[in-house]
Design a protein around this ligand. Structure first.
Ligand code: GLU
Length: 316
């Protein structure tokens, strides 16, 4: 009797071991986001939490970084497995143009475009146009950010170069603090809107969101086709009582090429199928859409992501 029990126990242990052994495959992915006060970081934490809950053995390490350009370098250097980057900056990296200065970086691929990132220019209340930034102290985004590309291009559409302003390289949170302290006159912020750093600033300080008007938007889009026109809805920030026309790009989830097709397929599928849970965790989840995810992305897609988009008819 004792022997039978012992055998039974041993068998049970073996079965348990075999079962957990099969599912115990653990993968931890490092995700590069942006500054702690941006949308990448908060959204990154939100959607990875939902992915982890739905894909067995998958965990994430969400890292704060300088954002788009820094994330592309981090991926190329193998320091991270995934990142969030602007679709325009991903294109410039593949081609080695603009602030990549001839250095082509193609060692990363797209998983999905996720939500609109709005090019917001915050100025003092007496400013009415981007043209007013000439000669002013302006934060053009963090070192390694995508925001800096947008600042350069938008200013240039208004005939202003970085030589015509006093350039500050600050994160969104530091830009808001510097603005509050009167150390800068304006700052650029390319991020999902409403952006927390601006929401908080607007509760204590009067500010103006400066428009990229139709004429300048047309010029910008002719030179840089990744921009689309975008209206920041009135009421997005305290004191902003009318819609503000500007331009937007797209927050894009990218990864290194070497991630397995199976893993990336599962991640892509869960991202769209668990949209409701992601939206509960962060409002930007509401913008998840398979057709939007593949539009305006010029870089290669990971085969695992492409498999999902083909299945749902978003990709040929
Ligand atoms: N799009 C921004 C950049 O690459 C970062 C936005 C964010 O952190 O939410 O500069």
């Amino acid at each position: 009797m004792k022997r039978t029990l012992a055998l039974l126990l041993a068998a049970l242990l073996l079965v348990t071991f075999a079962l957990t052994g099969c599912s115990a495959q653990k993968t931890n992915l490092k995700l590069a986001t942006g500054s702690a006060t941006g949308t990448y970081y908060a959204y990154g934490a939100a959607f990875t939490q939902v992915l982890s809950a739905n894909i067995q053995g998958l965990t994430f390490d969400v890292q704060s970084t300088g954002a788009s350009k820094a994330n592309i370098y981090n991926l190329a250097d193998g320091e991270v497995d995934m990142g969030i980057v602007q679709n325009d900056v991903a294109d410039y990296a593949y081609r080695g143009v603009d602030l990549f200065d001839g250095e082509q970086i193609t060692d990363f691929v797209a998983i999905a475009g996720m939500y609109a990132e709005v090019c917001q220019v915050v100025g003092t209340p007496n400013m009415t146009s981007i043209a007013d930034l000439k000669g002013k102290r302006v934060s053009v985004g963090d070192i390694g950010s995508g925001t800096e590309f947008n600042a350069k291009q938008i200013l240039s559409a208004y005939g202003i170069s970085f030589d015509d302003i006093t350039v500050h390289n600050l994160s969104f949170g530091d830009s808001a603090t510097a603005f509050k302290d009167g150390k800068i006159d304006a700052f650029f912020c390319t991020a999902g809107a409403p952006t927390t750093a601006i929401v908080e600033l607007a509760t204590t300080n009067a500010l103006n969101i400066l428009a990229v008007d139709d004429e300048h938007a047309a010029k910008l889009i002719a030179d840089y086709p990744f921009y689309t026109q975008f209206a920041i809805p009135r009421g997005s920030y305290k004191g902003v009582d009318a819609d503000v026309m500007t331009v937007a790009v797209k927050a894009t989830l990218v990864c290194k090429k070497s991630l397995s097709d199976d893993l990336v397929y599962k991640i892509t599928k869960a991202l769209f199928e668990k949209k409701a849970d992601i939206t509960t965790a962060h409002p930007k989840g509401a913008e998840l859409d398979a057709a939007y995810a593949v539009a305006g992305i010029s870089i290669d897609f990971h085969p695992g992501a492409a498999k999902y988009f083909k299945e749902v008819g978003a990709m040929k």
